[in-house]
Structures are given as structure tokens and as C-alpha cells.
Design a protein around this ligand. Structure first.
Ligand code: CDP
Ligand code: MG
Length: 699
């Protein structure tokens, strides 16, 4: 294999690191940032005084890159080189190079704010602008002052926002590693396709039949579409006349793929065989697959967005940004000149695509992050003034404060409570940590642990999220039905039934539950219960040996605990409508998701009050994972809501923060067009954000 570009700059990189506490390294995807930087620093002795941490925004990248580095160094994964992702730690005392998700590093800094175990921290893939990496950037700024003598921080990025990061770190040096990209011919479709799936299929087959050898990378938006395209491709390839073209292997690549299937894309293909890699945008920058010569870009990506005024999430298929489109195209030119087939006209690219992607911090709920920052107890940190590379809207911050107040994590003055401190130590979203704590008080911790574990593994539990699997979940003959109380109770019952079978794998298969997912739940449950044993003072009610029994009393206690944890996720039935009204947010009409097992009473009435795990807008706003709760439990929440004073919660500093408060109005914002490579990246993101908001408002 050709020598990786970054290795040619080894001396220069090491010298820069030697002389500076922080440096930014920019290099094309595939230039060796993730796999080589840590090894260089290790060789140079940086691991003598501590470990090297390399953060990744994506779990699969942490796993796959660490595996690769272990291989290159000829060591067993988990020994000198290891990884840590939520609920899975494969490191040991011997570990010197540790790949970890940015979320895990944040969590580690709770128990060790100075992160003394590390001599080097590499924030990798900073261009992804994940929420946790953005927060880490702010924290690193403090940390390098505190540990000026013995900490090196490196920030790596594949795109050109280095200037901005450098300014953020008082003009730290930027090293550009020129990539050896071969020219990529870009071919735009004449018009936008009716079905991007069909169009991808046709384009891929055309390439296979007409073009010389080289792998094809196809960007799809999600697992469902990937699976569909893979099976269609298989069918089409089989139908091709034998000997008319070379052999083909079709490989999916996405985050929920079992690890043993993920690694297949890194294995060299057999000779005279073309690979079709059908991937999510995981292959855009986090993972580099060698051998790609043709890229098919649909121009879409699936993005989760949070609306703080309604508390709703939407999982939208949105257009990618220009930066992303160019990244995707670049994947075709790594080993030789390539071609990128864009399934959209060049006019769409020029006129409709945002210049840069809106950072996650500006489209997420921040309750967990704010709780985390509060629990760090940094004397000089006021949440609303925390130093963010791109600040979130004050509306989002206020939404987070409100939720934290309603679940008792902060008091009416915005100070963190002892409940909040304990919550921050649990690797769960605030609603679930609060539920666990309440359950511990009212004698149903065992059940709450199960529910929290089931919800944490939800994506891998059921095979896909398609309508048909949702139906299966509801109607599988042997699966319990939540006794009418809703989905949380059903999740509990499913696990308990499985426990009754002594964790029989066949039972899962018979009920179309994903075995790997269920085993993961069992493990997560154990880990959560261990954490609870450590952090909760007083005796714990974790029944481990004893068989679980179905018990109405347990269900009631659990529902009560859920009502406390989900205080900010409460809905009231509307008399006239077949639906609910959300409480606490700008009131919205929502429906119970069709997959729910929540039942009506003898008169056909749904419960008056429910709490929900999330609000998600698909064809319409739905509550997913719903649990019936009782009026007496709801009353204290309503009272608290009445007393709520957001100004006090945020420390009364609302006046001075108006500067980035513009988006609370629903009017489309002024549209600023910033074009061209010399544009200031800050204003590019600002412009992208404004256009994004205007587009949302226009829907
Ligand atoms: O981080 P960056 O995108 O700069 O590159 P990298 O991930 O360090 O990848 C450098 C090289 O290692 C590429 O040629 C990858 O294909 C290869 N690699 C691999 O074969 N297996 C992995 N799990 C990760 C990287
Ligand atoms: Mg990388």
C-alpha cells in the first residue's frame, strides 16, 4: 500500500506538538489522522507519562480504528491499544492508546476533571461538529491552562474549518497535510430523481456493466434503504449474463451492523471482483474504505433535529451541505482518478445546498449536556455564557434548564441539586437517570433498571424499525402486552419473560427479538446496577437472584417513578380528539404511536395522562414509548410548571443574552449568502443555520 500522506509529515507534526500545547491538523479523509497520529506520538514516548486518548464521534469508528491500530502494532485489541464506548470498555492496565467516543471522555472528566490519566488528547473528526466534541473543545480550552506543562491537545479535521478552531484556541498552529487526491470527475443528473433508491440502483448497475474495475460506494440515508438496495442489487447482479462483466460483492455499511459484518469492508476483495459498498454517511469521513473509484451521491442524509419550543424530534431526510457533497466526491479519488455521480442537478447543488452542515449543538436537546456542565462545578462557568465554538440558541438552553428543574436536577435558582449530581454520573439521558433514582426510593429499582437498559438498546433490539417489525412486536403471540399500561411495562415484561427462560436464545428468535440486542440489554442492565450500587447511598433494592414475578404493585411503583423522570414529557388526553395535548411545551396535538401497546379502558377511553419517552414527527407527531400515569402523580408537576421562572433558572442573565436569541421568532430570518472558499467559516455556519431555520419555518 502507498505510504499514507500524514507519515510524510511526521517530523513536522512531532515538532509542532513539542512546541505547542494545542495544534490543529487538517488532512483529507484517509490521510491517516485517526490511525497514525496516535502511533507517532506513542513511538515518540508520549505514552510514558500517560495514555493517548483519541476521541471519535461515532461508536463504530472508535471500534474499527482501534482494531486497525492494534493490528498495525501487532498487539491484541484491549491490551496496549483499546477502546471504550458507552457500555463497552475494552481497555486494560496495559492500555497506552485508547480510542473512545467523545461522550465517554466527557463522562471520564466528571470523575477526573483534569483527565490526568492522559498525556495527549486527540479530538478526532472535529469537522463532524458533534455535540460532545463541541463541549470538549470548550473544556480543552480550560484544561490546557491548568495542565500547561504536561498535556498536549490535538484537534483534527478533514475540512477547512481549521481557522476557526485555531482562533478559538488563541491562534494555535494549523498543520495542513496535503492529501494526494486524484481528480474526480463530477457528473450531475439532469433532474432530481423520483426515487433516489431506484436511481442509485440503475446508476450502480450501469457503472458495473460499462466502467473499468474499481469499487462503487453508494451513499444512502439509513439502514432500511441500505437493506432494500442491497437486496435489489443482489437480484440485479444475479440476472446479468454470466461472463458479461466481473464478479460482484455487495456490502452494507452502517452503525447498527454487527462488528463481524462491519470489518468485511476492510478486507481486500478477491481479484477480478467489484465491490458495491452501500453505506450511510458513516463512509463520508469516519471510515475510509480502500479501493473506491466510483461514488454515487443521492444528496441526502438522515438527520435528527430537536425543536426546543415543542419538545419534538424529527428524523428528517435532508439535503446534505456543499461541504458534505465534496467530501463524498473526494472518496472516489483516493487511489486513482475517479468519478462521482450526483443524483441531482448542479443547480440544486449551487442554489439549495447549505454551505456547511448545521452543528449538532444547534439541533439537539441539551438537557444532558447542561446537567453535565453544571455538575463539573467550574467556578467560572455560567452555562449561558459557556465558551462554545458555535453557541446554541438561548431557547435550547432554557428548554434544557426547564427540564432539569422539573426533574429536580437543579433548584429554582438554577443550582445543581444532590439529585442532579447523582444523575450526572449515570450514562443515561436525564429522564432515565431520574427514573432510576426515584425507583430506588420507592422499591422498584430492579424493574427500572430493566426498562432503562431496554430503552438504551432499543435500536439493536428489533430487526429494523420498519412498519412490519413494529407490528410483529405488537402481535407476536408469546410477547407480553404491558398489561394495558403501555410500552415501558411491556419492555419490562419482555425482559422478565426472557429471564424466566434462563435467557434462552431461542425464545428471542421465536419472538423476533434480536438476540444480540437482548444480550446487550442484559449486560447494560448489569452495568447500570453496578453504577447504582456505587453512587446511590443507602441500601439498594436490586433483586438479582430471585425470580421476577409479575406484580401490579411493582408496575404501579414503576409507573410512578417514570412519571417523576419524564416530568417534562407529559401529555393530557383531549376530550374531543382521539389524541393528546403536550404539557409544558407550546401545546401540541400528538398521537400515540401505532406500535404502542397502551390500551383503552372498557369504555374505549385512553388514559387521561401519559408520559412518553420521545416525541417524534414522522408522518405526524407521535409519542413513542408511552406509559399511563395517574392524576395524583401529575399534580405536583403541574404545580411546579406554574411556578417556573426561566429567568431565575438561568441565573437572571437573560437580558444580556439576547444577542443569539433571534430564532425564537418563527419568522424566516434574513438570508445571508456567503459563497466561495475564502468565506469566513463562522459566518458560513451562521448563514447555513439561518437558511436552515428559514426552511424549517416555511414548511
Ligand atoms: O483519519 P483519516 O481519515 O485521516 O484516515 P485513517 O482512518 O487513519 O485511515 C488511514 C488508512 O487506514 C486508510 O487507507 C484506511 O483505509 C485504513 N484503515 C483500515 O484499513 N481499516 C480501518 N479500520 C481504518 C483505517
Ligand atoms: Mg479519521
Amino acid at each position: 500500500m502507498a505510504i499514507l500522506p500524514i507519515l510524510q509529515f511526521e517530523e513536522q507534526i512531532l515538532e509542532t506538538v513539542e512546541r505547542n500545547p494545542v495544534a490543529v491538523i487538517i488532512g483529507e479523509t484517509g490521510s491517516g489522522k485517526s490511525t497514525q497520529l496516535s502511533q507517532m506520538l506513542h513511538k515518540r514516548g508520549y505514552t510514558k507519562s500517560g495514555m493517548i486518548a483519541v476521541t471519535q464521534p461515532r461508536r463504530v469508528a472508535a471500534v474499527s480504528v482501534s482494531r486497525r491500530v492494534a493490528q498495525e502494532l501487532g498487539v491484541r485489541l484491549g491490551e496496549e491499544v483499546g477502546y471504550a464506548i458507552r457500555f463497552e470498555d475494552r481497555t486494560s492496565e496495559r492500555t497506552r492508546i485508547k480510542y473512545l467516543t467523545d461522550g465517554v471522555l466527557l463522562r471520564e472528566s466528571l470523575s477526573n476533571p483534569e483527565l490526568n490519566q492522559y498525556s495527549v488528547i486527540i479530538l478526532d473528526e472535529a469537522h463532524e461538529r458533534s455535540l460532545n466534541t463541541d463541549i470538549l473543545l470548550g473544556l480543552m480550552k480550560r484544561l490546557i491552562k491548568m495542565r500547561a506543562s504536561n498535556l498536549k491537545v490535538l484537534i483534527t479535521s478533514a475540512t477547512l474549518d481549521g481557522e476557526k478552531v485555531s482562533r478559538f484556541f488563541s491562534d494555535c498552529p494549523i498543520l495542513n497535510v496535503p492529501g494526494k487526491l486524484f481528480p474526480v470527475e463530477i457528473l450531475h443528473s439532469a433532474e432530481s430523481p423520483k426515487s433516489y433508491l431506484e436511481s442509485s440502483l440503475k446508476t450502480a448497475i450501469d457503472i458495473h456493466v460499462q466502467e473499468p474495475e474499481g469499487d462503487i460506494l453508494i451513499f444512502m440515508t439509513g439502514q432500511d434503504d441500505i437493506e432494500k438496495l442491497v437486496s435489489k442489487l443482489e437480484e440485479r447482479v444475479q440476472r446479468l449474463e454470466e461472463g458479461s462483466c466481473m464478479d460482484a460483492i455487495i456490502l452494507p455499511l452502517h452503525g447498527s451492523l454487527p462488528p463481524e459484518l462491519q470489518v468485511r469492508v476492510f478486507a481486500p476483495p478477491p481479484p477480478n471482483c467489484r465491490r458495491f459498498i452501500v453505506a450511510t454517511n458513516i463512509a463520508e469521513t469516519s471510515l475510509t474504505v480502500d479501493g473506491v473509484v466510483y461514488v454515487i451521491d443521492s444528496g441526502y442524509v438522515k438527520q435528527r433535529q430537536y425543536n426546543p419550543s415543542t419538545g419534538m424530534y424529527s428524523l428528517d431526510v435532508v439535503q446534505i451541505s456543499k461541504v458534505q457533497a465534496n467530501q463524498r466526491a473526494g472518496r472516489a479519488g483516493r487511489t486513482r482518478p475517479g468519478k462521482c455521480y450526483r443524483l441531482y442537478p448542479s443547480m440544486v447543488y449551487n442554489d439549495n445546498f447549505l454551505d456547511a452542515t448545521v452543528p449538532e449543538i444547534q439541533r439537539s436537546s441539551l438537557a444532558g449536556s447542561v446537567l453535565y456542565l453544571k455538575s463539573l462545578d467550574l467556578p467560572d462557568i455560567d452555562i449561558l455564557k459557556f465558551n462554545f465554538l458555535d453557541p446554541p440558541s438561548s431557547e435550547t438552553l432554557e428548554d434544557a434548564l426547564k427540564q432539569l428543574y422539573l426533574i429536580d436536577a437543579i433548584d429554582e435558582n438554577g443550582s445543581i441539586t444532590s439529585v442532579g449530581r447523582t444523575m450526572a454520573e449515570l450514562p443515561l439521558e436525564p429522564s432515565l437517570s431520574r427514573t432510576l433514582m426515584e425507583a430506588n426510593e420507592n422499591g422498584c429499582l430492579s424493574q427500572a433498571l430493566t426498562v432503562a437498559a431496554m430503552l438504551s438498546a432499543e435500536t439493536t433490539l428489533l430487526p429494523g424499525r420498519s412498519k412490519s417489525t413494529e407490528k410483529k412486536r405488537k402481535h407476536a403471540p408469546d410477547l407480553p402486552d404491558g398489561s394495558g399500561w403501555g410500552d415501558h411495562i411491556q419492555l419490562l415484561q419482555i425482559f422478565e419473560h426472557w429471564d424466566q427462560t434462563d435467557y434462552d436464545v431461542d425464545w428471542c428468535k421465536d419472538n423476533s427479538l434480536q438476540v444480540r440486542g437482548m444480550l446487550f440489554v442484559k449486560d447494560v442492565r448489569k452495568q447500570l446496577s453496578q453504577i447504582m450500587q456505587k453512587i446511590a447511598k443507602g441500601p439498594l433494592d436490586v433483586r438479582t437472584k430471585e425470580r421476577w414475578k409479575e406484580s401490579r404493585q411493582d408496575y404501579m411503583n414503576l409507573r410512578k417513578a417514570l412519571c417523576v423522570g419524564y416530568a417534562n414529557q407529559l401529555a393530557e388526553r383531549m376530550i374531543r380528539h382521539n389524541g393528546y395535548r403536550t404539557i409544558g411545551f407550546k401545546s401540541q396535538l400528538v398521537q400515540v404511536h401505532p406500535s404502542s401497546v397502551l390500551r383503552t379502558d372498557e369504555e374505549g377511553m385512553l388514559p387521561n395522562y401519559v408520559v412518553y419517552h420521545e416525541l417524534i414527527v414522522t408522518s405526524r407527531p407521535y409519542m413513542r414509548y408511552v406509559c399511563a400515569v395517574e392524576m395524583p402523580w401529575v399534580r405536583p408537576i403541574l404545580q411546579k410548571l406554574e411556578k417556573l421562572n426561566i429567568n431565575k433558572l438561568s441565573g437572571g442573565s437573560s437580558q444580556s443574552e439576547e444577542s443569539f436569541d433571534g430564532e425564537s421568532s418563527n419568522l424566516p430570518k434574513r438570508v445571508v449568502d456567503v459563497v466561495g472558499p475564502t468565506a469566513d467559516p463562522g459566518s458560513m455556519i451562521q448563514a447555513a443555520r439561518e437558511r436552515f431555520l428559514a426552511r424549517k419555518a416555511n414548511r
